[in-house]
Design a binder for this molecule. Structure first.
Ligand code: TXA
Ligand code: MG
Length: 349
């Protein structure tokens, strides 16, 4: 398949180009597009063939449901006929933005889009290119992250092209993603809403609107006998090609420990990398040290994580160490992705 790659500036959107992209989706094709979280791989959510094509293009298991993206709150009634009042408080507070809600699905939403579940995931993104594309394509875009299954989600168009060139009809390059981690997912079908995937919108943010919020236990403790409620959370994800280990502990000990492991790896002629906070960047003796932001800047760290993981691959790094972060607030989302990328390999000093 020939993939058309176009560039659009979010501040100066070319409506003609978006019309062309929208028509591709209306006709059953696939378009990768920017959102404020990560790039998405979009198809018409009401066309079951389109959803099947998305699974094929990504190499993704078809029991892993897609998020439906809308550009107007009122369109939610086409996706669910069972919307609790509290959902509207959530929309008011967080939409458009990086939050996905799970609701009971409307019978007309194809099973192919929801992976056979009787619930549907819905998000109203704030990125203007995404909003205009949704409008131009008829209002409902099913879109997972625009990476091949298992790879880190793309936050720059270059990595969308690397994964999907030749597998989709069009890729829209809209610049770097602002947030860099996928949306928070909250299940509103249970009496007490449950966070199924941590993200930029934190538990504390949600508690301001919902009286009580639970967190899916599989996010916090890695007990493999528990089954996550978001099917996609069970898969190994985001993994760089190199062997990644996370190191927690007092700062100087972490630096010393990592440097010792790096020299061992170098003795074996392995190419080494470190995912480091800004404060420590100059202390590591590795082939590639990626600065992902100052330790107290959780937003910057979240934004840079996926890109840094990809950059280790660009340099064929074989052994990677990452500094650990606290499991709370926005850092909970970062740690959730980092742990998956490392296949839960961590060291506590
Ligand atoms: O920020 C985002 O959410 C990005 C952008 C493109 O919007 N999308 C994204 O999609 O991260 P994806 O497919 O990579 O992740 C969707 C997650 C998966 O873990 C999936 O299992 C879960 O959402 N999910 C989708 N529908 C669900 C449902 N009905 N019930 C529970 N989990 C669901
Ligand atoms: Mg994904």
């Amino acid at each position: 398949m020939n993939t058309k790659i176009i560039k659009i500036n979010e501040n100066e959107i070319d409506d003609e180009l978006l019309k062309e992209a929208g028509n591709i989706i209306k006709a059953g094709g696939l378009v990768a597009f920017p959102t404020e979280t990560v790039y998405g791989l979009g198809g018409d959510a009401f066309n079951k063939e389109s959803s099947l094509k998305i699974y094929t293009a990504k190499g993704r298991p078809s029991d892993n449901p897609l998020i439906v993206h809308i550009s107007k709150i009122e369109d939610i009634t086409k996706l669910s006929d069972d919307i609790p009042d509290v959902a509207y408080d959530v929309f008011e507070a967080f939409w458009p933005g990086p939050l996905t809600v799970i609701l009971n699905k409307h019978p007309l939403v194809p099973d192919e889009t929801t992976g056979g579940l009787n619930t549907v995931a819905v998000r109203f993104p704030s990125n203007k290119i995404a909003q205009k594309l949704i409008e131009a394509s008829g209002g409902f875009i099913a879109a997972p992250s625009a990476n091949l299954s298992g790879r880190p989600s793309p936050t720059v168009a270059k990595y969308v092209v690397e994964d999907l060139n030749g597998r989709v009809d069009m890729i829209i390059d809209g610049g770097d993603s602002d947030i860099g981690l996928e949306s928070t997912i909250i299940d509103l079908t249970s009496t007490v809403p449950v966070i199924l995937r941590p993200g930029y919108v934190t538990e504390q943010d949600l508690e301001k609107v919902l009286n009580k919020v639970d967190i899916d236990k599989t996010i916090i403790d890695n007990n493999s006998s528990l089954k996550p409620k978001a099917p996609g959370m069970k898969y190994r994800h985001y993994a760089p090609k190199g062997d990644l280990t996370i190191v927690h502990g007092e700062n100087d000990k972490v630096v010393d420990y990592i440097n010792d492991r790096l020299s061992e790896a170098k003795n074996k002629n392995l190419k080494t990398g470190v995912l480091a906070t800004k404060e420590n960047t100059l202390k590591y003796k590795a082939d590639l040290v990626k600065n992902i932001g100052a330790r107290d800047d959780a937003k910057e760290i979240a934004k840079n994580l996926f890109r840094a993981l990809r950059e280790f691959d660009d340099d064929d790094i074989q052994v990677i160490y990452a500094e650990g972060f606290e499991n709370k607030g926005l850092s909970m989302a970062t740690m959730n992705r980092l742990l998956k990328a490392a296949g839960h390999k961590e060291v506590n000093l």
